[in-house]
Design a protein around this ligand. Structure first.
Ligand code: PFF
Length: 476
């Protein structure tokens, strides 16, 4: 038998249901939505990828979102401790708590390169900010961006940045510093306060820039590109990356939602909350596509440019757009805002682990993991210059040619996230006490049956397929 905890073992908590929802949406919406999703959709040929992705989110992602929140809500402490508590109350082995540890490690590793990429965004925000100031100084605040620069100059900025270790370091330092500052202040006055200020700002910017893109850009081509499926483009590799992207975008497999869920004190139904998070995250990814591609198509650029789409193609496109200087600046601020509310959730996972399992103070724990991720991030950014010849997993064909950042990204995304998601679905689907799950999640009998089918059967099978085909692409 079990008790749903109404008192708590962690003293920290969200001040309301909507605070949790904002923070969780903030965690989900990030570089994954605005940088990675359009990049992948563009590279994978659009419509078929997008439709398959949406299927992954609702059939696999949503049940996992609910599962992680359930574990946290029931456990009321860091991920490892929460899984241990659910296991104990269900009379199954507490060794399951290992996947909380894998998650915390994955979150820590993702944070290291996430901060480096966010640092690039910070740099571009600076470039457009300076350009905007110049435009205002010249009495023409609504001029297009980067007036007088050639395409080669604009696109060359990224290479210049990558060659400039000092600049890369400074940007990485600022971003990680901001993340650490917020997390050290705690759940209520740090994470919740940041989400409450930044998320409304994010949505205003997102809607504003999307409307702008629809007006000045090429919306017809964009809609055709994003929503007309060419099923021949849906190869196993594309399905694999769609599934992986769904996990990454919903922050699954790293115990992030277990950790955030542990700060829920009330007993509201969790099903609706989980659905809201999945819908919001997917909506933002689609809006990001509707924001970026009209501009890209209007200038006749290649939607399949890859990771440089946002950093090279878009700045060039803003050069021929009305008010490009202003919109370009706001666009990079938008990505930055999204990235901060995600990076704080990444740092919170190991931080909560240090507090709950090692008995550290919050400030100590956040500093240890924030500084640690900063140091690993330094290796990631050196991989573009000084350490360009280093391929950390060179012995493993799948990762052989990757630079340091892509190796950390690839290993966490293709190995650790699917593994975390697989173990989560097996644990919640098969080991956790069913009455406890139904009581804590507050699902109706019908929804519970549907959710159980998805989490116990579809998730483990589909995620195993991602894991295996991701690791051994040659079997396809
Ligand atoms: N979901 C974030 C994004 O899409 O950018 C990335 C992320 C954040 C993954 C937090 C995992 C996590 F715990």
């Amino acid at each position: 038998t079990f008790m749903v905890a109404t008192s708590t073992s962690t003293s920290e908590g969200w001040s309301s249901r909507s605070a949790f929802i904002l923070a969780a949406i903030g965690a989900a919406v990030g570089l994954g939505n605005i940088w990675r999703f359009p990049t992948l959709a563009g590279e994978s040929g659009g419509g078929a990828f997008v439709i398959f992705y949406i299927g992954c989110v609702f059939l696999l992602g949503l049940p996992l979102v609910l599962s992680e929140i359930f574990i946290g809500r029931a456990g009321q402490t860091d991920a490892v401790g929460s899984i241990r508590k659910v296991a104990r109350d269900s009379n199954v082995s507490q060794a399951w708590s290992i996947f909380g540890g894998i998650g915390a490690l994955a979150a820590f590793l993702i944070l290291s390169f996430y901060s480096v990429v966010a640092g690039w965004v910070l740099y571009y925000a600076g470039v457009f900010g300076a350009d905007l100031i110049q435009a205002i100084g010249a009495g023409d605040p609504f001029r297009s961006a980067l007036a007088g620069e050639s395409q080669a100059m604009i696109e060359g900025r990224m290479g210049d940045l990558f060659g400039n270790v000092g600049l890369l370091l400074a940007m990485h330092f600022c971003f990680m510093g901001a993340t650490l500052f917020i997390v050290a202040r705690g759940v209520h006055s740090g994470i919740e306060a940041a989400a409450t200020i930044l998320m409304p700002m994010f949505f205003v910017l997102l809607v504003g820039i999307t409307i702008y893109g629809a007006i000045v850009g090429d919306l017809t081509d964009t809609l055709a590109f994003l929503f007309t499926p060419d099923w021949s483009k849906l190869t196993p590799a594309v399905m694999n990356s769609a599934l992986g992207q769904a996990l990454f975008s919903l922050s699954l497999g790293v115990a992030g939602l277990i950790t955030y869920g542990s700060y829920i004190k009330g007993s509201d139904g969790l099903g609706g909350t989980a659905a809201l998070i999945a819908v919001a995250d997917t909506g933002v990814a689609l809006l990001a596509g509707l924001m970026i591609f009209p501009v890209v198509f209007a200038v006749g650029l290649d939607p399949a440019a890859g990771p440089t789409l946002v950093f090279q193609s878009l700045p060039f496109a803003f050069q021929s757009m009305p008010a490009g200087a202003l919109i370009g600046f706001l666009f990079f601020i938008l990505i930055l805002v999204a990235a901060v509310t995600s990076s704080i959730s990444l740092l919170e996972v190991p931080t909560a682990w240090g507090i709950g399992e090692l008995g550290w103070k919050r400030g100590t724990s956040a500093t240890v993991f924030g500084v640690g991720a900063f140091l690993i991030g330094i290796f990631c950014l050196l991989g573009y210059n000084v350490l360009a010849d280093v391929h950390p997993l060179g012995f493993w064909p799948l990762f052989a040619d990757l630079d340091i950042l892509d190796t950390v990204d690839g290993f966490t995304g293709k190995v650790m996230l699917p593994l975390g998601a697989l173990l989560t679905s097996l644990f919640v689907g098969w080991r956790a006490d069913r009455r406890m799950v139904q009581q804590v999640t507050g699902l109706s009998a019908g929804m519970f049956a549907l959710w159980r089918f998805l989490i116990a059967w579809l998730c483990p099978i589909a995620v195993t397929i991602i894991l295996v085909t991701g690791l051994f692409p040659s079997i396809l």
